[in-house]
Design a protein around this ligand. Structure first.
Ligand SMILES: [Zn+2]
Ligand SMILES: [Zn+2]
Length: 144
């Protein structure tokens, strides 16, 4: 099963994919490190597609264009997570608050990979993940 790798820009809402396709992750990581035209200040991730999206990598925060732009926390290698985990985490965010979600992350087997995933990043990736990650529906009934 062959995969292709595409760069995802999460500075758009919802996220968009850059035009270039790569057959291996390394050139995509290198491209992010050296800066991508039109996305110099963007939050960029790498999607591994075997159509559909199957895995997402958070690249290192190194490289001239990336220094000081820690969207998650500083790390020196690309950390990958299966989209199944992202869907689970999105579901946790939907039913709980940020603290509940972080508890779930810390107790999961995949907590080191999930640390990159804020509610906002997941929300922006909703179309790629095929989830409805909008805020929970208005739970009205409260008197105003
Ligand atoms: Zn961008
Ligand atoms: Zn990260």
């Amino acid at each position: 099963m062959s995969s292709i790798y595409r760069i995802l820009c999460l500075s758009h809402d919802p996220a968009i994919t850059a035009d270039a396709e790569y057959s291996r992750p390394e050139p995509a990581i290198a491209a992010i490190g050296s800066g991508i035209d039109g996305h110099a200040d963007c939050d960029l991730l790498i999607g591994r597609y075997s159509y559909p999206l199957i895995e997402v990598g958070c690249p290192p925060n190194t490289g001239a264009q990336r220094t000081g732009q820690h969207r998650c926390y500083p790390h020196s290698v690309t950390e990958w997570v299966d989209v199944a985990w992202l869907r689970i985490l999105a579901a946790v965010y939907r039913i709980g608050d940020e603290q509940t979600a972080m508890l779930a992350v810390e107790s999961s087997l995949n907590h080191s990979a999930l640390r990159h995933w804020s509610r906002e990043r997941l929300r922006r990736l909703r179309d790629e993940l095929g989830i409805d990650a909008n805020e929970p529906a208005d739970q009205s009934g409260e008197a105003s």
